[in-house]
Design a protein around this ligand. Structure first.
Ligand SMILES: Nc1nc2c(ncn2[C@@H]2O[C@H](COP(=O)(O)OP(=O)(O)OP(=O)(O)O)[C@@H](O)[C@H]2O)c(=O)[nH]1
Ligand SMILES: [Mg+2]
Length: 451
């Protein structure tokens, strides 16, 4: 039999009320043994009961105890929620009493894991709950809420149903070729069905990439050679003196980060060490980090100094970012212009002067334009938002493309059926219908205690 688990569900600190959750077949019995009030084993389920938590004859706290009976509870098991008065000592004492009376301390995410294993939540919903807890902007919160209420799961389930219909029809054709009233699945008939599924999957993928932006924000790497004004830009955007600014080349040695929110989307701004050849070990490590940022960032803001001619270093930087989404900033336009701009496309560059506070809004507008931030709206889309989900959908999209192509090339329908079945399984993995034990353990451990 599963252990009965307990944990404090609220963040422990001084607050008016804390909640302790208990779940498992002995939840009611164990709580009853430390509760003075009505007999909890006899009260109606879904009631809130007033009383005291007792240690022998001593009243520990005046509490409200909610009783939920399996299977109609959050975890699908018997669940008790004890509302205690806030205060670390009091809440901890009650938890301790539950543990000494037979509960085990829940692991992080264990309540949600049980909800999942008992079919109360599917994997997408569970992951969205984690996103909901971590949501930092209101757009991220709205998006997570849609996931948590199962909108996306519904779409995936519908796609799986369509696949099952196709699979079963093909099976009938193979097993009972003499059946007159079964639809004979030809390549022509499959074509329309597969196309529809392929397009739905591509749409989910496309929207999910936006979802990732909503949830994690956009990582913006500010790069350039030393002294072009990268740290000055970071400070200006953050409106604080976060990074050290001097006229000495190589001032920034490590990455400096800060966040701003535009159109409800978080920009993770990353100021980097100026890229140049150097013998200084510390600076060299910084330069290597800058190069890593170039690889990882969603957007590169490449800065150049308008008052100096383009150097070899500048050219190397231009070369290293040529495949990245980039905005080119020509800074220090308040000084006499020496830079030759002919190697940039005019429409790609933004001229700014941080000193005179000119051009900053043009930069922000360009970012909005590059990521269509004015069009991102959580109410219109149902997003997948984490990399596990996105990578599965990517695989599903490419498999659906293969199936579509094979079908176009008149590969026998019963051979195509194997891949259709695989697609159906992959979508099952996405919502957690088919899953690996270790994956589930890992996934739920990422939740906070008491969830
Ligand atoms: N005239 C002028 N000076 C600027 C402008 N922006 C920055 N500076 C100056 O340029 C110098 C270098 O600025 P930083 O922001 O430290 O440059 P950086 O790119 O971070 O340099 P490293 O950290 O060494 O790579 C400082 O003296 C700034 O005050 C500008 O728009 N006009
Ligand atoms: Mg700097």
């Amino acid at each position: 039999m599963e252990d009965t688990i307990a944990a404090i569900a609220t963040s422990v600190g001084v607050s008016a009320i804390n909640i302790i959750k208990v779940s498992g077949s002995k939840a009611i019995e164990i709580t009853n043994s430390i509760f003075k009030g009505k007999d909890l084993s006899k009260v109606n389920p879904f009631t809130i009961n007033y009383g005291f938590i007792m240690e022998n004859e001593e009243k520990i706290d005046e509490v409200l105890v909610s009783v939920f009976k399996a299977p109609k509870s959050y975890t699908g098991e018997d669940v008790i929620e004890i509302n205690t008065h806030g205060g670390i000592a009091c809440t901890n004492k009650i938890l301790e009493l539950l543990l000494t009376h037979g509960c085990r301390l829940a692991q992080p995410g264990e309540f949600l894991k049980r909800a999942f294993l008992n079919g109360k939540r599917d994997l997408l919903e569970a992951e969205s709950i984690s996103d909901l807890i971590e949501a930092k902007t209101s757009k991220a919160r709205k998006m997570a809420m849609q996931g948590a209420t199962g909108e996306l799961s519904k779409m995936i389930k519908e796609l799986r149903e369509k696949l099952v219909t196709i699979i079963s029809n093909i099976e009938v054709n193979i097993d009972y070729p003499e059946y007159d009233d079964a639809i004979v699945y030809t390549n022509e008939l499959l074509d329309k069905n597969i196309l529809e599924i392929k397009e739905s999957l591509s749409k989910i993928l496309e929207e999910s990439e936006k979802g990732k932006i909503i949830k994690d924000g956009i990582n913006v790497g500010i790069v350039g050679k030393p002294n072009v004004g990268k740290s000055s830009l970071l400070n200006r955007l953050l409106n604080e003196e976060k990074a050290i600014v001097t006229d000495i080349e190589g001032t920034t040695r490590d990455i400096v980060e800060g966040k701003i929110v535009i159109n409800g989307i978080t920009l993770n701004l990353i100021d980097t060490a100026g890229i140049r050849e150097t013998d200084n070990l510390v600076e060299q490590i910084g330069v290597n980090k800058s190069k890593e940022i170039i690889e990882k960032a969603d957007l590169i803001v490449a800065m150049f100094d308008s008052s100096r001619k383009l150097s070899e270093e500048d050219k190397e930087i231009i070369e290293s970012i040529k495949d990245k989404k980039t905005i080119t900033l020509i800074n220090k336009t308040d000084l006499k212009q020496e830079i030759d701009l002919s190697m940039f496309k005019k429409e790609d560059i933004i001229e700014i002067s941080i000193k005179n506070d000119e051009g900053i809004n043009k930069l922000l507008d360009k970012i909005k334009e590059k990521f269509n931030l004015n069009e991102i709206d959580t109410s219109d889309y149902t997003y997948l938002s984490n990399s596990r989900q996105i990578s599965i959908v990517k695989n599903c999209v490419s498999l659906s493309e293969e199936i579509y192509e094979a079908n176009k090339n008149k590969v026998e329908v019963d051979l195509i059926q194997i891949d259709i079945q695989r697609l159906w399984e992959m979508l099952g993995e996405l919502i957690g219908i088919t899953y690996k034990e270790e994956f589930i353990d890992e996934m739920f451990k990422r939740f906070c205690l008491g969830k």
